[in-house]
Design a binder for this molecule. Structure first.
Ligand code: RRO
Length: 283
């Protein structure tokens, strides 16, 4: 079950997806987090962010919409409290990084790269819920390459670029990220969506639109992993509606070297562990 992905050694290929597992503290009370392939943290930004106003989560058929807006307590709190907590555990730590400007990403990546307990960095160039930065980098090949290159310059850590599905040709973005020096790619982030309450005639989310996740997006994600697998040579991490071992295996067949479990964590904290067991049984 063990793999080595972009130099990161994992007990198995099943990670938890950014934004669905916080920094592991709450889930550690429910499951043995050391059994996971890796933990990908909630996005870390240079300064703390309060996120968007509520409501910012809504259930939809076979999925959910979120508009969290990059809420997190910033780089300093990550280094002072979250990383020391994760360092006590025997599980690789991949830190998801986001920002509004190239410089903000560079500052966070630089600081994280000095930390021996950080095993890898996932560059979030795909958050759909903020006005500035983030997804605007990941929908433009030139900006994607520029941002990854800037991060590459200041870091020797494994760099994973997390791609947005909200593009016409995901292979162009994938090639640009690899051209910029990404060691691996993770895909997909959430698909931009919207839901309206027909009684109030108002959007269900305070910010009107949000990112769709869950089984509803799995076929889109499998298709994109399959397309990107033919366009680049770096390892791919498949994400999108993985609820079971069978779903995970589907992504592996499409060309993924590993997977991340996201929305399933909200339904069943043990979902990733069950998926690990299921894959093992399959083998
Ligand atoms: O915080 C969010 O609203 C968010 C982020 Br950073 C992301 O990458 N994907 C998403 O669906 N929501």
């Amino acid at each position: 079950m063990g793999i080595e992905l972009a130099g990161i050694k994992m007990k198995n290929p099943v990670m938890v997806a950014s934004g669905t597992f916080g920094f592991g503290e709450e889930y550690a009370e429910l499951i043995d987090i050391d059994q996971l392939g890796a933990i990908v943290t909630k996005s870390v930004t240079l300064a703390p962010r309060a996120g968007n106003p509520p409501p910012r989560i809504v259930e939809t058929p076979a999925g959910m919409l979120n508009s969290i807006g990059l809420q997190n307590d910033g780089l300093k709190a990550f280094l002072d409290t979250h990383l020391p907590f994760l360092a006590k555990h025997d599980v690789p730590v991949i830190v998801n990084v986001a920002g509004e400007t190239v410089n903000e990403y560079v500052e966070v990546v630089k600081a994280l790269s000095k930390e021996s307990e950080v095993d890898g960095i996932e560059l979030n160039i795909s958050c759909p819920n903020v006005k500035k930065g983030c997804m605007s980098f990941g929908i433009d090949p030139k900006m994607t390459e520029e941002l990854v290159k800037a991060a590459r310059k200041v870091s020797k850590k494994p760099l994973i670029a997390k791609l947005s599905p909200n593009v016409t040709d995901i292979t162009a973005i994938a090639k640009a990220a690899v051209g910029g020096g990404a060691d691996a790619l993770s895909l997909i982030n959430t698909v931009m969506g919207m839901a309206i309450d027909i009684k109030s005639k108002k959007p269900k989310l305070a910010m009107t639109t949000g990112g769709l996740s869950g089984p509803a997006i799995k076929p889109i994600a499998v298709r994109m992993v399959w397309q990107v697998a033919q366009a680049v040579k770096v390892p791919l991490i498949g994400i999108g509606g993985i609820m079971t071992a069978e779903d995970a295996y589907e992504f592996i067949l499409a060309g993924a070297a590993a997977v991340q479990v996201g929305t399933a964590n909200f339904i069943d904290a043990e979902a990733p562990l069950k998926i690990i067991k299921g894959l093992k049984k399959y083998l």
